[in-house]
Design a protein around this ligand. Structure first.
Ligand SMILES: Nc1ncnc2c1ncn2[C@@H]1O[C@H](COP(=O)(O)OP(=O)(O)O)[C@@H](O)[C@H]1O
Ligand SMILES: [Mg+2]
Length: 299
């Protein structure tokens, strides 16, 4: 049976308590059961992300795959639906799924990610091109960003009053207005939902493949903020941060074939949300300052 990495077990148990302990204990026999059902053998011991384990396996036909089992959380429900809709175009292929156990057998991609590219502009352009490919008609039943717009506007206002060191009012208001203007009229497009550089893996079938989607329905511009909150070092070193942010967003927007203004406004609004989240959940002070700066400069 596989061994669950201690650090992963501790972080799940720390976050989820008894439920987490029971889940972690259930994993080794579950992996055995799924590997047998899906006719796979283990190649390498277990890796993990924040919410699940990854086991490198080989299927009977010789194909390299990974078994991913995620913690049974509502946020992880639609990952296989997104993979299924993409059918391998721009994302790893979904070979098998067991929704009861939040388990999937996925095509294995390489180890390199967009975070490893020396040229950040190139990484951003790749992410944009990928967003264009992933922007397919959404399958039914996925959560719509549109349905969250009212709640987000409400949260923005309440959080601004409640949290310490609030952002200037005009910054929060710009976010509320952006959601009001853009939020109600969104396409029925499948949105990855967490397209940071580490979730784009180098591959052979296509040069880059996405992993780890949330699977939302709405505006592809939603993912733009994620690209401003990775590879900080270039941005932190920029003489003119505003110009550097706008430049990154322009590269993304052009590659994704989305209107630059829409991308800027979505990124500004989501930066305010992230700035609030960071205050609430103890982001380091420098990251809060940086996120605040994004929220202010993108107005
Ligand atoms: N299909 C795959 N091919 C190769 N490696 C993968 C694959 N899926 C996940 N991984 C590896 O496992 C890590 C965690 O997987 P991910 O799906 O991103 O889970 P999490 O939701 O925990 O971030 C990834 O960063 C990557 O290193
Ligand atoms: Mg991930």
């Amino acid at each position: 049976m596989i061994e669950i990495p201690e650090r992963f077990a501790q972080s799940i148990i720390g976050r989820e308590g008894e439920h987490g302990r029971v889940w972690v204990a259930s994993l080794p026999p579950l992996v055995d059961e799924l590997l047998e059902r899906w006719n796979c053998g283990i190649v390498e011991q277990v890796g993990h992300g924040g919410v699940g384990i990854i086991v490198s396996v080989q299927s009977a036909d010789g194909a390299s795959a990974v078994l991913k089992i995620s913690f049974p959380h509502p946020g992880n429900v639609h990952e296989p639906d997104a993979f299924a809709a993409w059918g391998g175009r721009g994302a790893v292929l979904l070979r098998e799924r067991d929704d009861t156990h939040f388990a999937m057998l996925l095509e294995r991609a390489g180890n390199g990610t967009l975070a490893d590219l020396d040229d950040v502009d190139e990484a951003v352009a790749v992410a944009g091109t990928l967003v264009r490919r992933l922007s397919v008609q959404a399958p039914t039943g996925l959560p719509r960003l549109r349905d969250q717009i009212e709640g987000w506007q409400e949260d923005l206002r309440k959080d601004a009053e409640r949290l310490p060191h609030p952002l200037p009012q005009r910054v929060v208001q710009a976010a509320v207005t952006a959601f009001r203007d853009l939020g109600h009229d969104q396409p029925e497009t499948l949105v990855h939902g967490d397209l940071h550089f580490g979730n784009v893996l180098q591959a052979e079938r296509e040069p880059w493949l996405a992993i780890d989607p949330k699977g939302y329905v709405g505006d592809p511009a939603y993912d733009a903020i994620t690209l401003l909150r990775s590879r900080f070092e270039d941005l932190l070193a920029a003489e003119d941060l505003k110009a550097a942010l706008l430049r990154r967003l322009a590269i993304f927007a052009d590659a994704a074939e989305i209107d630059r203004e829409r991308v800027r406004r979505w990124a500004q609004a989501r930066a305010v949300m992230d700035a609030h989240w960071g205050r609430e959940h103890g982001d380091p002070a420098w990251l809060i300052r940086f996120t605040d700066a994004i929220a202010e400069l993108l107005i």
